[in-house]
Design a protein around this ligand. Sequence first.
Ligand code: MLT
Length: 241
Amino acid sequence: MENRKKVEVCHTPSLYPQYRKENQIVVVIDVLRATSAMCAAFDNGVKKIIPVATIEEARGYQEEGYIVAAERKGQIVEGFNLGNSPYGFMTGEFKDKTIVITTTNGTRAFHTARDADEVVIGSLLNLEALSQWLIEQDKDVLCLASGWKDKFCLEDTICAGAFVDSLIKSGKFTTDEDSSIAAKYLYLSARDNYMAFLKASSHRRRLKALNLNEDIKYCLTPNQTDVIPIRKENYLVLLEK
Ligand code: MLT
């Protein structure tokens, strides 16, 4: 019993310092849509993703000839050809390529966890595969929800709760924090119909207003891939299993 590892949930990037611990694996989650888009990109053959925090950095990479995806307020930023839609990475044209990406919240959360021992990318898309891998690592896990501009968000919380649920079910993990228990209960309430549960959520409404319903459906459909994007230096690669 005493040897069980901890799985916890941090609901926004600014709370991260209160949850960080030595020797912890941080799972960065931005279901709508940054981390779902990253999983989709690797699933479609992308070799490397460089998440950057600002549009200025993204422009710098663009000037050097990199393929750059840039999203703000749910839309492609002017001057860039790619945004944050998972479908944007499914055209087959980015196989074996490096993509630089900046998004409103997801890439910010990635950089927030820069001091973490290990960082992986989680979404509903790779829920089962990533849960299995986390269970095998024998390390504490912190699910870091990207939120929206540092506010709590429902879809990331539900996904974090799904990781908590499967790690606890393995018998190898336990949780101390109310934030993790709350996330788990929200997941249990949502899991039979994510679309319906999230109907009124703020980012779902935001994306729906931009006619991005197909993105929402895709991002809320669990276990479509077994890719695990993992941080190496300041970029992401596919974990070799
Ligand atoms: C983000 O990183 O803030 C989101 O992925 C925004 C979006 O859905 O476009």
